[in-house]
Every structure is written in structure tokens, then in C-alpha cells.
Design a protein around this ligand. Structure first.
Ligand SMILES: *Cc1c(COP(=O)(O)O)cnc(C)c1O
Length: 461
């Protein structure tokens, strides 16, 4: 399998190159040249597989000749031993609600499903090439801890994660700073999350620095993250339908960067029987406005109780736009340039209707999130986290929808407590965090300071 850029400016690259490249060198995003097709017989057979066996089947055609079946099976096996549920991503029935629990990984958010895999994948590719990697990322909470957890202790990787000092939740901060492996470098910047993202962009655009220190990305622009997430759509379908290909399912996905829902789109393109994908946003609603109006335009970011979805520009949306524009990279390039110049793009009514044949959109208010957590708790005793509640609310009119649960409720204890008056029990991975030793460097929110700090650490490697 070869990978191409949504903007057409990259010669097709292999899977390994796509994973190491992260963002395409022409500023676009990487996509497979085609989608492997899964027929009905195969779907039925897959319904009997374990999560790990299924992951190997789903991922294998995308890696092409870069990784053998045995190597991949081993990689997958190692990536999910850290999950506390034997099914990895179980579907639970909550009084008629179908919840696909994606939070049984080591940091209690769905990002572990992809980042545990990506960490091991990086290690395998670096062992082969003999290279090193310096991961740099900014986080508002969940991504940082999941990324750190995915690569801690690895000899060929250093990871630098910027978080805004005092502006992430105490649990989230501890999840990052209690990891003491010497390849992990937490940096608290005296600034905001946006400052952190600006610094990351600045350093990635310093091509000499990027090249000399082999900077790598772990956010969902990395194709391997999307790929690992395709698996659980197939898994949930198999568990629920038992492999009956006449049965189509609807999924509801709490959405921020369009990564998780794009993985669902990939599953559909591969042949998974899906009725609809419900795109559920909080009041940061750029994506739901697009589906309803055809206009994609950024507003201001509003802080909400589902902070991991407080996003205005969705980095993965460009991947979907590529297909909507008939796989024409010139059109995508023009639209993205227009977005930069005018802050707004619009698609024709015909295209918008095409979007609606698969996607349904809903934007959920703060009050509705709290209400949903309460209603579900009162009806069943099941505790939703605020992100999951966004998706559950959006699916209210669509019975039997599979709602993706993207975080453990204890991770967002304050919002949960406000809704139902009780705090969710901490999963084992989050217990005792407050008593552990921490390590973290505090630096000014200044690109130069961060670059010098990175250089001083990496000089000894
Ligand atoms: C990252 C995240 C999301 C949003 O996922 P995208 O792939 O960015 O759409 C939703 N819920 C939680 C808990 C998250 O951490």
C-alpha cells in the first residue's frame, strides 16, 4: 500500500514513511491510495475473532510489505496487554443503550487504543532504520498522557510534551508528570494551550531543527492513529450482529479533531455495513454547522466540560474533504488556501446532501451534557463521562445506536459530580497518582527557550 497527500505534492510513500512523516511535506495529510475491500464472507468470519486477531486482519492490508503478518500480530498483542478489559473495547448494554467502551487503556481515554499501538510501531520502525525520534507535542490534557504512556522507557525515542502550567486538571497533570522514565520530558509552559500549539508549529516549521533532531508527531494527523481506530468499528459490529451482513448499525461519535469519526468513515469505505455516523460536537460546533449548512468557518473556542473537544479547526477534516471533492488534490489545495485567506469555505448544496447521506450532526449544549449524565445515571446507574454524554444525547432519536465512550468518567470527576452528586470510582491506573513523585520542567511560553531546552537534552543522546 502506498500513501498520497490530500494536496497532491508528495510522491507516493510507503506505510513506514507515512508514519514517520506525520504531516505530509506539502502541508497536506496522508491517505492510502485505495481502501482494501472486505466482502460479506470475510465480515462474518471476522465477527468470531478476538480484538487482537481482528486488529491484525484490519491493519495488515494497509501496511503492505513493510511489516509481516507475524510481526504485526506481535505488535498488536503487545499494544493491548496494558488494557484492563479482556475484550479491549467491549460493547456494554446499558438499559437498551449500546456503549462501546474505549477507555480501558492505561490513561483511561480512547486515545490509548491508537497511541499504545503507535508507540510500539515507532519502536519497530526505528530499530530497523537505526534512527532516533524526538516527539514534540502540546496537550490540553488527554493526548499528552496517552502519548507519554505509549513511548515511556523506549531507548530510541525522546518525548517532549508541553502543557499549560496550572491549566490542566490535577489528575491529567499527574498522569503526565509521574512518569519518571528518562526519555520523558514534561514541560509546563507559563501560558495557554494555544501558546503551546504555536510553539510546536514554530519548531516543526524550523526545517533544519526538524531534520537534525528527527522531530515526530503523535497527534491524529498521524495516519497510524486513524488506522488503529478503524478496528473497533468492525469489532463492535461483529459483537452486536454476530456477523449478519444484512444488519447495518449507526454509530454516535463525540468529535473534536474529526479523527475518531474519520476512522469510522474508513470502515464504511472498506465495506462495514453502517447506516449512519452521528457527528456529535459540544458547543464548539464548526463541524456540525458544516454538515447542516455546507459552510466551514471557525468561530471562537468556548471552554466546556468536555474539554478534549474544545476545538475550532479540525485537523483531520481535510482528509474527508479530499473524498468529498472527488479525490482531486487541486480542489483540496484551493479550498485550504481559501480557508487560510478568508477563514471560511463552502461546498455546493449537492455536495452537502451527499455528506448527509452518511453523516448526521448535532451540537450539544453544556446543560444538555449535564442532563444526559443525570438521565442515564438515574435510569441505569451507569456513569457517562461528559464527552460520551455528548454522543449519547445526539443519538436520542436513534434507538440501537452504538455510542462511543471516549473517556472514563473518573477522569472528569468534577463535571460528573456536578451532574449526579457522586464521583465515579477511579480505575486502578488513576489511583494513588497524587502521592507519587513527579518530574516537570517549567519554562517560558517561548519557542526559543523550548528549542534550547530540547537541544540540551538531545545533545547527550
Ligand atoms: C480526543 C478526544 C475526543 C475527540 O476525538 P477526535 O478524534 O479529536 O474527534 C473525544 N473525547 C475524548 C475523551 C478525547 O480525549
Amino acid at each position: 500500500m502506498r500513501y498520497i497527500s490530500t494536496r497532491g505534492g508528495v510522491e507516493p510513500v510507503s506505510f513506514s514513511e507515512a508514519v514517520m512523516m506525520g504531516l505530509a511535506t506539502d502541508g497536506g495529510l496522508l491517505l492510502p491510495e485505495s481502501f482494501p475491500q472486505v466482502d460479506g464472507l470475510t465480515l462474518s468470519r471476522w465477527a468470531g475473532l478476538s480484538f487482537q486477531e481482528l486488529a491484525t486482519e484490519v491493519i495488515l492490508p494497509f501496511v503492505g510489505e513493510d511489516i509481516s503478518r507475524d510481526e504485526l500480530a506481535d505488535l498488536v498483542e503487545r499494544s493491548y496487554v496494558s488494557f484492563t478489559h479482556p475484550e479491549v473495547t467491549p460493547v456494554v448494554d446499558v438499559k437498551g443503550l449500546r456503549i462501546l467502551e474505549l477507555f480501558h487503556g492505561p490513561t483511561a481515554a480512547f486515545k490509548d487504543v491508537a497511541l499504545q499501538f503507535l508507540g510500539n510501531l515507532f519502536e519497530l520502525l526505528l530499530e530497523r532504520s537505526g534512527g532516533r525520534l524526538s516527539i514534540l507535542g502540546a496537550t490540553s490534557g488527554d493526548t499528552g498522557s496517552a502519548a507519554i504512556c505509549g513511548v515511556q522507557g523506549q531507548e530510541l525515542i525522546d518525548i517532549f510534551i508541553l502543557h499549560p502550567k496550572g491549566r490542566v486538571s490535577p489528575i491529567q497533570e499527574r498522569q503526565m508528570t509521574t512518569v519518571l522514565d528518562n526519555n520523558v520530558h514534561n514541560i509546563a509552559i507559563t501560558g495557554t494551550f494555544d501558546d503551546g500549539q504555536q510553539i510546536v508549529k514554530l519548531l516543526f516549521n524550523d526545517l533544519e531543527f526538524k531534520q537534525n533532531y528527527s522531530l515526530g508527531a503523535v497527534n491524529s494527523i498521524n495516519w497510524a492513529r486513524i488506522l488503529a481506530q478503524v478496528v473497533y468499528y468492525f469489532y463492535a459490529w461483529g459483537r452486536i450482529t454476530g456477523g449478519d451482513v444484512s444488519k447495518k448499525l449507526t454509530f454516535s461519535i463525540p468529535t473534536g479533531n474529526f479523527g475518531d469519526i474519520f476512522a469510522g468513515y474508513v470502515a464504511v469505505r472498506m465495506g462495514l455495513p453502517v447506516e449512519r455516523l452521528i457527528l456529535a460536537t459540544n458547543r464548539n460546533d464548526i463541524l456540525s454547522r458544516f454538515i447542516k449548512s455546507g459552510v466551514y468557518s471557525a468561530g471562537e473556542v468556548h471552554p466546556t466540560i468536555s474539554p478534549s473537544m474544545d476545538i475550532q479547526i479540525s485537523s483531520n477534516f481535510e482528509r474527508y474533504l479530499y473524498y468529498l471533492m472527488g479525490e482531486d488534490p487541486q480542489k483540496v489545495k484551493a479550498l485550504m488556501a481559501q480557508m487560510v485567506a478568508e477563514g471560511r469555505i463552502e461546498v455546493s448544496e449537492e455536495k452537502r446532501k451527499e455528506v448527509e447521506t452518511l453523516f448526521l450532526a448535532a451540537a450539544i449544549s453544556e446543560e444538555q451534557i449535564v442532563e444526559q449524565i443525570r438521565v442515564t445515571y438515574e435510569a441505569s446507574g451507569y456513569v457517562l463521562d461528559p464527552h460520551t454524554a455528548v454522543g449519547v444525547y445526539a443519538a436520542r432519536d436513534f434507538p440501537d445506536t452504538v455510542c462511543l465512550a471516549t473517556a472514563h468518567p473518573a477522569k472528569f470527576g468534577d463535571a460528573v459530580k456536578e451532574a449526579i452528586g457522586v464521583e465515579a470510582d477511579l480505575p486502578p491506573s488513576l489511583q494513588g497518582l497524587m502521592d507519587k513523585e513527579t518530574r516537570c520542567e517549567t519554562l517560558a511560553a517561548d519557542g526559543e527557550a523550548i528549542r534550547e531546552y530540547m537541544k540540551s537534552i538531545l545533545a547527550n543522546r
